[in-house]
Ligand binder design. Sequence first.
Ligand code: SF4
Ligand code: SF4
Length: 93
Amino acid sequence: MSDFNVVLSPCVGVKAAACVTVCPCDCFYDAGDRLVIHPEECIICGLCETQCPMLAIVPNEEVPKEEQASLDFAHSFFKGKTREELDQLNVTG
Ligand code: SF4
Ligand code: SF4
């Protein structure tokens, strides 16, 4: 599996979306109370990390143990969703 960036729990309830405006791949999706990055669409360019006021975005290899649920969520959120469903949840800047 290739690397990707992960949105951590400080995003929950904030969703300021500064990250979305700089993403060259449009790989942010609306997961209700937080955003989530598509593991297979992210090119890990790092631009979003510098924009998040909550410091809530880190590479998958650097997710701390207490944020394991956010890493799991980054995978489970996309399982079983069609491209059409994902297009409706896609958040672009
Ligand atoms: S900038 Fe940070 S807090 Fe705002 S939506 Fe993106 S990840 Fe969430
Ligand atoms: S690392 Fe780059 S490609 Fe991945 S979500 Fe952030 S801005 Fe988008």
